[in-house]
Design a protein around this ligand. Structure first.
Ligand SMILES: NC(=O)c1ccc[n+]([C@@H]2O[C@H](COP(=O)([O-])OP(=O)(O)OC[C@H]3O[C@@H](n4cnc5c(N)ncnc54)[C@H](OP(=O)(O)O)[C@@H]3O)[C@@H](O)[C@H]2O)c1
Length: 281
C-alpha cells in the first residue's frame, strides 16, 4: 500500500495534501498526539497562535527526530497582531515557542478591517523576506478580500484555509483560488464537519464499497479534488485511520454524490467580521 501523500502546488511551495490539525488540543494534549501523527506518517502540522499549543507542537516535532525540512509546519497570526511591527514580533514569538528558526507557512487567521490590508500584507511579506517563513497565506478570506490581499502582496499567497467539507459547497471560493495567477491552493478546515460525516448514510454506503470509513471517504474526496485536508482527532486509532486514504480512488459518480450533500445551512464556524461577506456558495 502506497503511503506517499500527494503535494499540492501552492504559490511558490508544495504543501502535503494531508496534515494534522491541532485546534482545541490545549493543556499539553497536543504533544503526544502530534508525536503519534508524525510516527503515523503525517508530515504537515497545522497550529495557530490562538490555539495556545505552539510550545507543545514544537516539542513534539523536536522529540520526533524527523528532520525539520521533512515537516511542513503552519501557524497563523491572530487578528490582534495585524499592525506593522506587531505582526513581525508575534511571528518571532511563534518561532520561539515552536523552537524553530522558520515555519513553512504563516497565515492571517481571519480578515479584520481594523488595520489596512496593505499594512498587514507588507508586514507579512517582510517576515517572509527575513526567512522566518517559507510562504505566506490567508485563512477565512472570502474571494473579494482574497483578491484585494493578493493585489497588495509582493509574494504569492500560497493557500486560503477555509471551512470545507461535504455539507458546505465553497464552489465560488475554490474556483476563485484556482483562477489566481499566484496559484493559491485551498486548505480545508473542519474537513470532517467536526465528526458529523461519521453518521452520513451516503458516506457510509460509499465507504462500504471500498472497505473504508465515512471519515476516510470524506478526506479522499477532498484530496482527490486537489484540496489540502487537516483533520484533527484526540483518538490514537483515528490518527492512523485518517492517514489511511492513499490506497483507493473514488469514482466520478461517488465524487458527485458527495458534492450533492452540500446544503445552504452547512457552515459550522462563523467568526467573519461584519465588514465582509461570504461568497454565495
Ligand atoms: N483556520 C481556521 O479558522 C480554522 C478553524 C477551525 C479549524 N481549523 C484547523 O482545522 C483542523 C480540523 O478542524 P476541526 O478540528 O474543527 O474539525 P474536524 O477535523 O473536521 O473534526 C474533528 C472532530 O472529528 C472527530 N473525528 C476525527 N476523525 C474522525 C473519524 N475518522 N471519524 C469520525 N470522527 C472523527 C474528532 O473526534 P475525536 O477527537 O474524539 O477523535 C473531532 O471531534 C483544526 O484542528 C485546525 O487545525 C482552522
Amino acid at each position: 500500500m502506497s503511503k506517499l501523500v500527494p503535494a499540492v502546488r501552492s504559490g511558490d511551495v508544495l504543501i502535503p495534501a494531508l496534515g494534522f490539525g491541532t485546534w482545541q488540543l490545549e493543556n499539553g494534549t497536543a504533544r503526544p498526539l502530534v508525536e503519534q501523527a508524525l510516527a503515523a506518517g503525517y508530515r504537515h502540522i497545522d497550529t495557530a497562535q490562538i490555539y495556545r499549543n505552539e510550545r507543545d507542537v514544537g516539542a513534539a516535532i523536536a522529540a520526533s527526530g524527523i528532520k525539520r525540512d521533512e515537516i511542513f509546519l503552519t501557524t497563523k497570526v491572530w487578528v490582534d497582531h495585524f499592525a506593522d511591527g506587531d505582526l513581525q514580533r508575534s511571528a518571532e514569538r511563534s518561532l520561539e515557542k515552536l523552537g524553530v528558526d522558520h515555519v513553512d507557512l504563516l497565515l492571517l487567521h481571519w480578515p479584520k478591517p481594523a488595520v489596512p490590508l496593505a499594512e498587514t500584507l507588507a508586514a507579512l511579506n517582510e517576515v517572509r523576506d527575513r526567512g522566518l517563513t517559507r510562504a505566506i497565506g490567508l485563512s477565512n478570506f472570502p474571494s473579494a478580500v482574497m483578491a484585494a490581499a493578493q493585489a497588495v502582496s509582493k509574494a504569492p499567497l500560497a493557500t486560503n484555509q477555509i471551512e470545507y467539507h461535504p455539507y458546505l459547497s465553497q464552489k465560488t471560493l475554490i474556483a476563485a483560488a484556482a483562477a489566481t495567477e499566484a496559484g493559491t491552493s485551498i486548505t480545508a478546515w473542519s474537513p470532517l464537519a467536526q465528526g458529523k460525516v461519521a453518521q452520513d448514510p451516503v458516506l457510509i454506503r460509499i465507504g462500504e464499497a471500498h472497505g473504508k470509513t465515512p471519515g476516510q471517504v470524506t478526506l479522499r474526496w477532498l484530496i482527490q479534488q486537489g484540496v489540502i485536508a487537516i483533520p484533527r482527532t484526540r483518538t490514537p486509532a483515528r490518527i492512523v485511520e485518517n492517514f489511511d486514504i492513499l490506497d483507493f480512488d473514488l469514482s466520478e459518480a461517488e465524487m458527485a454524490a458527495i458534492f450533492a450533500l452540500a446544503r445552504p445551512d452547512g457552515r459550522i464556524g462563523n467568526w467573519l467580521d461584519d465588514a465582509f461577506q461570504w461568497d454565495a456558495d
